[in-house]
Ligand binder design. Structure first.
Ligand code: AMP
Length: 449
């Protein structure tokens, strides 16, 4: 019988990969917290209808990439391909009476039945933000600012270009789409099958088509900008002026349309400068029409972004950036005989309480095998307690890097180790500092005087 393999396009994350992930989560959590955001997690499963109505029936994400299935009651469900739809669903249920806008962030796995390749997986992780309940160009600028800052703080600030564009409002876009379709219908002999389908169902995607024939005729196609009225132009100019105020550099790219249907007005992407195919680290924009397309009676303006964690990690690795490894073993106990074991067990417990990372070898292999194991695990120090040492209340403390060894009293071992490791490098977490008991504090009521 063969051992089952992991599902194609998925990855096991351990060791170094986990360190990058934890670091990226930490960096983004701090930035989000500074900007006043709180975290939300929506379910991995959503109703298919939610995703179709949000992302758009004819987008690649819905028409080709959905993981969809029926549950035992025949409901149509999907594994979420992105989180904005779920967050908006939750907003409509839980957040409408909160002070507006509501600032939410997420760090979640997503699923798309994509062709697996570097930078493109079937299970991938996105961290993202949504500012829901207010329309103001300042919020668009802040949204972009956060995405840029996360990339900068993760050390890849020089590796990407921020591209921005505006899609105008629904009416303007509809008028434009009709003209664009008319233009391309006259040239369908130049289009491949995919682009022919796009003309009918998702014409804006023709603007970022990779097909060279399409790219050649694009300069002659109608321009979206020509369909904008004063408001859309002013909104775009305003977002740009706030970006200027924040000192954020950007390039304007009229072909940037994003792959999902819910966007309007200002959209953006941070793309890798190296010109590789999977080039977008993150993208986002305004999506004022989403709530109403989900059935909300009131329009709910919103803006957000999503950043691909795997692509960011790849880029950090390529740049030679790595994360300090805190999962190191400060002290490894090697013991021989029952008496030594009875000394090593309680002292290893005590050592952990003092903030040291400690592993003890409690089987009964030979001293040589235990030392080899300590070496493989890259333990910094090894305390050897043999039969004689146990009787005399001492141990042999070996510095594994230097290979030097000294005898030390067991009663002095831990203070000595704390001194060597250094107070600031001790690993402390006191759950009691955050875990409180008693009456829950009243939620803050913003309407209270
Ligand atoms: P989107 O939700 O399509 O706007 O994607 C936002 C970001 O998520 C992209 O810029 C990528 O960094 C990342 N992303 C999207 N799809 C995948 C995928 N299949 N594998 C890895 N990362 C992805």
């Amino acid at each position: 019988m063969e051992v089952p393999q992991k599902v194609r396009g998925t990855q096991d994350w351990f060791g170094e990969q986990q360190r990058y992930y934890t670091f990226i989560k930490k960096v983004s959590r701090h930035i989000f917290r500074h900007f006043g955001f709180t975290r939300i997690s929506t379910p991995i499963m959503e109703m298919r209808d939610l995703i179709v109505r949000s992302v758009g029936e004819h987008t690649d994400v819905v028409s080709k990439e959905l993981y969809e299935f029926k549950d035992k009651k025949g409901r149509d469900l999907v594994l979420k391909p992105e989180s904005t739809a779920g967050v908006m669903r939750s907003y409509l249920e839980n957040f409408q009476n909160d002070p507006q806008p509501v600032y939410l962030f997420y760090i979640e796995p997503h699923f798309r039945y994509d062709r697996p390749q570097k930078g493109r997986y079937r299970q991938f992780h996105q961290l993202g933000a949504e500012i829901i309940g207010e329309r103001d160009p300042v919020l668009d600028a802040e949204n972009i600012h956060m995405a840029v800052k996360i990339l900068q703080d993760c050390g890849v600030g020089e590796k990407f270009t921020l591209k921005i564009n505006t899609l105008g409002n629904t009416k303007e876009r509809e008028a434009y789409i009709a003209e664009l379709q008319a233009f391309f219908r006259g040239k369908s002999h130049l289009l491949d099958e995919i682009d022919q389908a796009r003309v009918e169902h998702n014409p804006l995607r023709l603007l970022d088509s990779k097909n060279p024939d399409v790219r050649e005729i694009l300069p002659y196609a109608p321009k979206l900008r020509d369909f904008f009225k004063k408001d859309s132009n002013e909104y775009y100019e305003s977002v740009k002026s706030y970006l200027d105020l924040l000192g954020i550099k950007y390039e304007e790219d009229p072909t940037l349309v994003r792959g999902l249907d819910y966007y309007c007005d200002v959209v953006f992407e941070c793309v890798d400068n190296s010109g590789r195919t999977q080039d977008a680290y993150c993208g986002g924009g305004r999506y004022d029409g989403l709530a109403t397309s989900l059935g909300s009676k009131n329009p709910v303006p919103a803006v957000g972004f999503a950043l691909g964690v795997e692509r960011l990690i790849d880029s950090m690795v390529e740049s030679g950036l790595y994360i300090i490894n805190k999962d190191t073993i400060d002290l490894y106990f090697i013991q021989v005989g029952e008496e030594a074991k009875r000394i090593a067990l309680p002292i290893s417990v005590q050592a952990r309480e003092m903030g040291l990372n400690v592993l003890a070898s409690f089987g009964s292999p030979s001293m040589k095998t235990q030392l080899k194991k300590a070496n493989q695990l890259k333990a910094k120090y090894v305390a050897i307690i043999g039969i004689m040492e146990a009787r005399r209340g001492v141990c042999q403390l070996k510095n594994m890097e230097k290979g030097v060894q000294q005898e030390i009293k067991i009663s002095e071992l831990l203070d000595h180790m704390v001194e060597i490791v250094g107070e600031k490098n001790l690993d402390f977490y006191d759950p009691k500092k955050e875990l409180l008991q008693g009456k829950k504090p009243e939620p803050i009521d913003p309407s209270a005087k």
